[in-house]
Design a protein around this ligand. Structure first.
Ligand SMILES: Nc1ncnc2c1ncn2[C@@H]1O[C@H](COP(=O)(O)OP(=O)(O)OC[C@H]2O[C@@H]([n+]3cccc(C(=O)O)c3)[C@H](O)[C@@H]2O)[C@@H](O)[C@H]1O
Ligand SMILES: Nc1ncnc2c1ncn2[C@@H]1O[C@H](COP(=O)(O)OP(=O)(O)OP(=O)(O)O)[C@@H](O)[C@H]1O
Ligand SMILES: NC(=O)CC[C@H](N)C(=O)O
Length: 616
């Protein structure tokens, strides 16, 4: 028998599009003789519907989509699809088990995801273990609850995503009820290196519960922030039987395993490659964001420094990976540019032409900009094929500062007005670059990274200004090493320029030799403190105790750096509240709309920092 999982790239409440993807996957599976197929969690409506889950009409629409738009046109074999269902006044996150074009069972989730980026209890109620009932929806009675399902030689049980990540999980009980096949429809967000833990979970579950385990995750940037890897994993009795290529640019993928071919080749295990994962995940996230927002491309203020160069390379990689996987015609169709195909199809390598149409960059110099950053920006834009403009913004900066000087009765100067004079340069770059975004109806990329976000080392409405922030969830040390890797492994020779530069805002006069690390602290230390403070939730003293041995030679900067981090972290929560839409990439991030909430006004760790000062 052929059993399968399918991954889907859905859009919240795109009823027709989502149903279309489901039906296409079902028909492909039918052609290949599949008899049972598991789709991901909440696959009919999308996982990221947010507070729309609270609306009465929404779950009914999802039900209607399944019963009227999918089932009448579906093959007759068994499949499972995810949707919300309201029962006895409460909303449940459910899976519908369908066969012969009918819903035979509805199985609700027992453990809701409520950590990190997940907020499920806001919308759903957890189903009581063992509760079995019946629901009448539009005149049809359907079994709802903690059922196991007889299917051919299998007894099927369900774990819906988070269900499997808990110690007290359904599988503990399902195996005692004779279940030998567990289906896991998931919406498990991407984080670098996380796929290995999913594989371990599936393989060890199949061993511990003496069963076949099918895991199907959502795919792509579904709703803006979260990216799904699109895993399809099948394991039996501790052996990995199938796993697919992750982070696909397709609308759906199938993962099929023939149970008769017991001893067929065991699937390749997942190998952790953080640089590749980062490259693929952000490229896919940009691709989905571009096409789902019907935008015409990206605009980027390209300084030649690490952050904006990374953003430019990621757009180029989006084009490369998209064409490699989909082919030119499909790639263009998916980004709503099918009309480009006729002229591009004869080009030997049309990637540069596409980059020229999709990515517009501008170097916006001031009197404090260096020639090396200009060279770095220009060379990279040329290598990628992006449009590259260069203009000087000193007139705009002078216009603003002169007006203020005339009114306050003194000239602004670096001794008294350092922050104001820095920020006006960053801010003067924003209105002009937005003109390009508006002319083209394109997305303005903002280049903040997580290290800058933590300490607010960025000018509000200056370099923070933009539509999306593709690298806001990753730290600066990662970016610096990634660019070196990209130079050597992705063939961007021009990155040798940026890879020889020291990170600098270039906002102060050259003789002040500004660098990020002298303004802040060494980036590796900032990263370590951030990890302990934010991910591990340590206090200032706990961080000091943790680091004082490993940072022994830097004792003189350790305490002041911890102090500085907590002060800047607290003062700049309001900036993080206003960060452009960003993708979740690492196992934690500082975006208050996904992973990390913190008060906008607080004591700024006053007593905790006093304690730090007293600590030996
Ligand atoms: N709690 C609160 N809620 C709401 N607003 C609050 C606030 N506290 C201060 N503010 C406001 O924030 C303002 C200060 O914020 P802001 O104007 O952004 O400026 P600020 O954070 O003081 O300075 C920007 C820093 O970022 C650095 N920077 C800027 C640009 C680029 C780069 C680079 O790496 O390339 C680095 C620059 O060197 C400087 O150290 C205050 O004037 C006040 O209006
Ligand atoms: N001369 C410039 N021309 C165009 N954009 C600039 C210029 N200087 C700064 N910017 C914009 O401001 C952003 C913030 O600057 P920041 O210094 O943090 O990043 P970076 O220059 O890309 O990298 P690095 O910090 O490693 O120098 C840049 O990424 C870029 O978008
Ligand atoms: N949708 C879910 O239940 C996801 C939760 C789970 N902890 C994961 O990250 O995969």
């Amino acid at each position: 028998m052929k059993i399968a999982g399918a991954t889907l790239n859905q859009i919240p409440m795109d009823w027709a599009g989502n149903a279309h993807n489901v039906l296409q996957a079902l028909h492909d599976a039918d052609e290949m003789g599949v008899e049972l197929l598991c789709f991901p969690e909440l696959s009919i409506c999308g996982y990221g519907c947010e507070d729309v889950f609270l609306s009465e009409w929404m779950w009914q629409k999802a039900f209607k989509t399944l019963t009227e738009k999918i089932l009448p046109f579906a093959p007759k074999f068994a499949f499972t699809a995810g949707l919300p269902v309201k029962f006895e006044g409460k909303m449940y996150n459910c899976v519908a088990f369908c066969k012969n074009r009918e819903i035979q069972y509805i199985i609700p989730k027992q453990n809701l995801a409520n950590d990190g980026v997940h907020y499920e209890p806001r919308w759903f109620t957890a189903w009581e273990v063992g509760k079995k009932s019946e629901i009448n929806i539009k005149g049809t009675n359907i079994l709802i609850g903690d059922y196991v399902i007889d299917f051919e030689e299998y007894k099927i049980g369900f774990e819906i995503c988070e269900d499997a990540w808990r110690e007290d999980r359904p599988a503990n009980r399902l195996c005692k009820r004779g279940v030998n096949l567990i289906l896991n429809p998931s919406a498990s967000h991407f984080a670098i290196d996380k796929s290995l833990s999913r594989q371990d979970l599936v393989v060890s579950s199949s061993q511990n519960y003496d069963c076949t385990y099918i895991y199907a995750n959502l795919l792509g940037n579904e709703a803006g922030r979260m990216i799904y890897d699109g895993e399809l994993i099948i394991a039996k009795n501790g052996e990995l039987k199938f796993r697919n290529e992750l982070l696909s640019f397709r609308n759906y993928q199938l993962g099929i395993w023939d149970t008769q071919k017991e001893h067929s080749k065991i699937a390749e295990s997942f190998e952790s490659k953080p640089n590749q994962e980062f490259r693929k995940a952000v490229s896919l996230a940009l691709f989905d964001y571009l096409r789902k927002s019907y935008s015409n491309g990206f605009i980027l203020s390209l300084s030649g420094g690490a952050d904006s160069s990374t953003s430019a390379v990621l757009v180029a990689e989006m084009i490369r990976l998209g064409i490699e996987e989909l082919g030119l015609e499909q790639f263009l169709k998916k980004i709503n540019k099918a009309d480009w195909f006729e002229t591009l199809k004869t080009e030997q390598d049309c990637r540069k032409t596409i980059a020229n149409r999709l990515l517009t960059t501008a170097y916006q110099s001031t009197e404090n900009s260096g020639y090396s950053t200009f060279e770095s920006a220009k060379k990279l834009a040329n290598e990628i094929g992006a449009i590259f403009y260069h203009w000087n913004i000193d007139d705009e900066v002078k216009g603003y500062t002169q007006k203020v000087s005339e009114n306050i009765g003194r000239k602004l100067n670096w001794d008294q007005d350092d922050i104001a004079l820095q920020n006006i340069q960053a801010r003067a770059r924003s209105p002009i670059i937005w003109i390009l975004a508006n002319i083209k109806n394109a997305l303005l990329l903002t280049t903040s990274n997580r290290s800058e976000g933590s300490v607010g080392y960025t000018t509000m409405d200056g370099d923070t200004s933009g539509s999306i922030a593709p690298i806001a969830a990753i730290d600066k040390p990662f970016i610096i090493q990634w660019l070196r890797w990209a130079e050597n492994n992705l063939g961007y020779k021009s990155l040798s320029y940026v890879n020889s530069l020291q990170p600098t805002a270039e906002l102060r006069p050259e003789d002040q030799a500004q660098s990020d690390e002298t303004d802040l602290m060494p980036y590796p230390l900032l990263q370590k403190i951030e990890e302990l403070a934010i991910r591990e939730r340590f206090s200032p003293v706990e961080i000091y105790n943790e680091l004082k041995t490993s940072w022994e030679e830097n004792q003189n900067i350790l305490k002041p750096s911890i102090h500085k981090f907590f002060k800047l972290w607290s003062r700049n929560q309001w900036k993080r509240e206003r960060i452009a839409v960003s993708f979740h990439l690492d196992d934690y991030n500082v975006d208050p709309k996904t992973w990390c909430r913190f008060p906008i006004l607080s004591s700024s760790f006053k007593e905790e920092l006093e304690e730090l000062e007293k600590t030996e």
